[in-house]
Design a protein around this ligand. Sequence first.
Ligand code: HEM
Length: 528
Amino acid sequence: MYSTVLIQYVDVNTPRLPRGTRTCLQWKTMTPFPMDSLSNWLTGLMIATLLILITIKYLDSRRWNLPPGPFAWPIIGNATVLMATPDDNAGAKRVWDFTKKYSSDIVSMRVGRRPAVVLHKIRDVREAYSKEAFHYRPKVLGISSKGIFGNNGQRWREQRRFALHTLRDFGLGKNRMEAVIQSELDYSINEISRHESGPFDTTDLVSNATANVISYLVFGHRFEYTDETFLEMTQMVSQLFLYAREVSIQQYIPFSKYLPLNGKSKLDQALDRLFNGIYKPEVDQHLRDYDPNKIEDYISAFIKEMKEHEGTTEQHWFTEEQLLYNIGDLFQTGTDTTAGSIRWTLLCMVKYPEVQKKVRAEIRDNIGFERPPSMADKLHLPYTEATILEVQRKYGVVAPLLLVHQTTEATQLKGYNLPPDTLVGANLYAIHNDPEHWGDPEVFRPERFLGDDGKVKRDDHFSVFSVGKRQCLGESLAKMELFIFFVGLMQKFEVRLPEGASEPVMRPKLNHSTQSPIPYSVRFVSSV
Ligand code: HEM
């Protein structure tokens, strides 16, 4: 039927075409050359475009004088390397390899079309992160730009300063947080005792303990580990980074928004539940109970600032919205990071029993097994502290490539000219495993942090909390948690492999938000 109509159409219409007009058929059969010329023309256009792009890229790279680096694919750049699942530091190791290939400590890459440089020497990181132009935090990991972590400029400075003061006021100098951590340690010891001698996976227990330390700091109270709101909150906080990774990919890689990724909607749902369902009711309760003479947690300290700034003309961000975002950031940055490090200390004691023996002997001889540990004991436990440092060096880099900064303007580093908006990352994995500095980085050896006098020796390459103005805001709190938990658990238990279990796997895995040990079970054997 169709062919008949077509034939009729041709039959009927062809003769009516104006004289000199050629049908498509005629074009094809009579003049093959113009089609070839079209394809020649297109080929030429493509070659010319390619040459123009190469020239622009060449001139651009000449203008900016970027460090050497691997070929970057159109559209995605080197995103597959930089955003590789950081299990076992895979991305960080691959980027580190480029420093050998290109004989340069600074490697240039691209995330989508954005230039990125990765630094591998602590001296370069210190130099860069001390400069104002490198303080900016790009939109990474879908983290909100309204809290502390993702914030910038005057607003970030104000909020960071306030958070640091509040942390200091609530006990980093006054034993208050110490008491909170000791009581969380007690809860954990009781829980572990219930599973004593049997295999026990501490993943959830330690996460709950660290989340409760932040709860106490922020809300002024702890939760029972079985509390449903608490369990929902800790689970959602952990999941945020996973959803946010997808959002990040969509942010940097053109067209990826058409991929079937649903991180954005999951992220929005989780944030909505956390902010409106959990954080806001806490803030509302604090507003109702507010007493300027009873400032006992982060929220009440913040409300005090809000009240003091009410009606002032000076620019400030002490608002309820800002408070909610800050609460979100404190939970997100302060829970899984510390929990992962505490779990590494336990796993290392199973893997290196001779170190555990020395640690427990030092604790027994200097502070005993009866009273809870305090920060003042640090002075008397140098080997124990050196062990914690070695655990952090070898295993405690929480996100080796992803905690990036961004240049705000054209700037220079080590003779290179970097364009504005360059992503800048410190390869903390490489810095903590550099044989040039550590000699035998693959060996677990706490003694590397001890001086000839037997005291703890500071090492300026140790930088798991990063350096400069963006350095971890919770460093002192995290160190306190790590020390009190490690010493407290070593006092009460010897940690062993469960009967018949194979050697522990010491490979880090992206577990929720940060790299931490693969969930494992150990045996806690009571020593008192
Ligand atoms: C062992 C535990 C922890 C490790 C290894 C760690 C590591 C880090 C690192 C590497 C950064 C990025 C710094 C940079 O961009 O240069 C960071 C930032 C941050 N950390 Fe931690 N952290 C830990 C625990 C904590 C705790 C307990 C808190 C909360 C009290 C916290 C709050 C923050 C905040 C708010 C930032 C953003 C700082 C800013 O951008 O101004 N961290 N942390």
